[in-house]
Write a protein that binds this ligand. Structure first.
Ligand code: FES
Ligand code: FES
Length: 198
């Protein structure tokens, strides 16, 4: 098609764009993060948008922590960071500069199982096993919370230490879903380990 002539006679030239396309992705910003993961000092270069879960799985190849919902709803990604259990899919890696992080790989290994891992095996506390790393990390930190006397929504008596009851365990583990519905066996496994350590 012939180009339109301007009144002065020149062919019209397209105007140079001075703003970035709204569809262009923003430039990634990469930062260094220092973590101690399962007792080992690690330095990562991560895009600031990287979640802790993706940093563990994709950068450190620690694939024990699972991505279930990626929205903080299932607990499959639970790890222990700074002594507290967290959903690692909801937390950015750069927020954990200097933190100690424990994943299922740091709790136990084949041949040297954590007591909770052994109890899950004894009590048949899983079927597909997808939720199990998160269940066990969550249970390990939850037992610490119980031992320290931290109350839960199910605690009736706020003057005394909360008991290792099924009700307390169910309430405290309610953020960890199991699509295979192994809940009775999960509770039995956790209670056994809790009672053994009383
Ligand atoms: S993957 Fe994190 S809560 Fe579901
Ligand atoms: S064992 Fe399958 S989701 Fe829990």
């Amino acid at each position: 098609m012939a180009e339109k002539e301007r009144p002065g006679g020149d062919a019209a030239q397209p105007e140079a764009s001075t703003t970035a396309s709204p569809l262009a992705p923003p430039d990634p910003q990469v930062l260094s993060v220092h973590l101690t993961v399962n007792g080992e000092a690690r330095e990562l270069q991560v895009d600031v948008r990287t979640t802790l879960l993706d940093a563990l799985r994709e950068h450190l190849q620690l694939t024990g922590s699972k991505k279930g919902c990626d929205h903080g709803q299932c607990g499959a990604c639970t790890v222990i960071a700074g002594g507290r259990r967290i959903n690692s899919c909801l937390s950015l890696a750069v927020m954990h500069e200097g933190d100690d992080v424990t994943t299922i790989e740091g709790l136990g290994q084949p041949g040297k199982l954590h007591p909770l891992q052994a109890a899950f095996v004894r009590h048949d506390g899983f079927q597909c096993g997808y939720c199990t790393p998160g269940q066990i990390c969550s249970a390990a930190a939850m037992l610490q919370e119980l031992r320290s006397g931290m109350p839960s929504h199910a605690t009736q008596d706020l003057e005394s230490a909360p008991p290792f009851s099924d009700e307390e365990i169910r309430e405290r583990m309610s953020g960890n879903l199991c699509r295979c519905s192994a809940y009775p066996n999960i509770v039995a496994a956790i209670r056994e380990v809790g009672e053994a350590s009383e």
